[in-house]
Design a protein around this ligand. Sequence first.
Ligand code: ZN
Length: 395
Amino acid sequence: MTDTGLLAILIAALAGLLAGRAWAAALGRGDLRERPAFRTSPHYIQGLHYLAAGQLELAISELTKVTREDADAVEVLQVLGNLLREAGHVERAIQTHQGLLARTDLTRAERAHALACLGMDFRKAGFLDRAALTFDQVLEVDAKSIHACVGLQKLHEEQRQWREAYQVQTRLSRLRKTDDSLVLGYLQAEMGHEAARAGRREAAEQAFKTALSLDRRVFPARLALADLYADLEPRRAAAILEDAVRETPERAYLAFDRLARVYAAREEPSRFVALCEGIIRQDPQDWRARLALARHLRADGRFEEASGLLLRALEANPQVLLVHLETWRTLRDLGARSEAVDRYIATAEEAVFYRDPHICTACRYRADDMLWRCPHCHEWNTFVEERLVPLAATR
Ligand SMILES: [Zn+2]
C-alpha cells in the first residue's frame, strides 16, 4: 500500500476516534451517560498499535474483539466502521454503522457522525443515490456537518454534476472558512464545457470568465475561451492563448496546437515560429517548444531545420519518446526510407506505455496526458509533466 493510501486510512479512522474524544469531553461536562472503560482492554491498545503500524486487518480483528467485550464502545465502533470501509469490507462497514444508528442512546452529534460515515460507505459501495440521501439526512440533523458536505461534494463531482458540486463547495468554503477559489474555478470551467457542448455559447463564455476571475491558474478555462472565439475572432483567441503562455510558461505546450491553428487561420504562421523561438530562448531545456516548432517546420518541408532542433531537444531531454519519434519521422522525410524505419515508427507509435507521462503531485498517479482532476485522489490542478533527473544530477 502507498504511504498516501495509508495516511488516508489513518485519517479516516482517527476522525472517528477524535469524534469519540469530543464525546468524552462532553461526558466530562456531565451531559452524557457514563460509558464503560473499554480503554483498559488489551485488545484496544493492540488494535491501535496495529493501526499505527498500518496493519489494517489485524487492527480490525483486535477492535472487533473490543466491541464484542463491550457493546457500548461507540467510538470504537465508529473507528472500526471506517477502518472496514477503507480496507474494502464495505458490507461490514455498512452493517457496523447501521448497527450504531439503530441505538437509541446516541447523542445528536454521534448520530450525525455515524450517518455521515454510512453515507461514505454507500458511496464506496457505489450506491450513489443512497449515499446522497444519507448525506442530505446528515445535513438535516446537523446543517454544519463538514463530513457530509465533503461526501456530497465528491459524489456530485463523480457524477459530473458540476453545478451541484459548485454549490456544495461554496457551502463548504463558508463552513471551513477556507479559500477554495481554485477548485471553484475548475468547477466553473467544467460547467462551461458542459454549456459549450450543449451549444449554449453565452453561458459557456460566462462560466469560463467566472472561472478565471476566481483563479487565473484555471488553464482549461483559457483554452476553452480561445476555442469559443477561434472561428469568428481569431485575433482575440490568439491574445488569450498568448496571455496563457506568458503567465504559465510551464503549461504553454498545452496551447501550442491551438496557437498554430489560429495563426494559420490568420495567415501568419511565422508568428508561431517566433513564439516557439521566444520560449526556447527563455528556457534552453524546453523540449516541447522545440518539438512543436520541428513539427511545424516538417509540415512546411523544412526537414533540415527540423532535424537540427530535434537533435538539440534530444541533447537536453534524451528520455522523451515523442522527440525520438519525431526525429525518425523527420529522418524518413529526409530520405532515410526503408521498411525497417517504417516498422520502428509504427511499433513506437503503438507501444503501450507512457509516451508523454504526467504525474499527480498529490498521489503519484500517472497518466499519458495532462489531467485537470486526478482520477485517483480526486484533487484538482495536481498534474505536472513528469521530468526525469539526469543521472549526473543524482550522484
Ligand atoms: Zn492524485
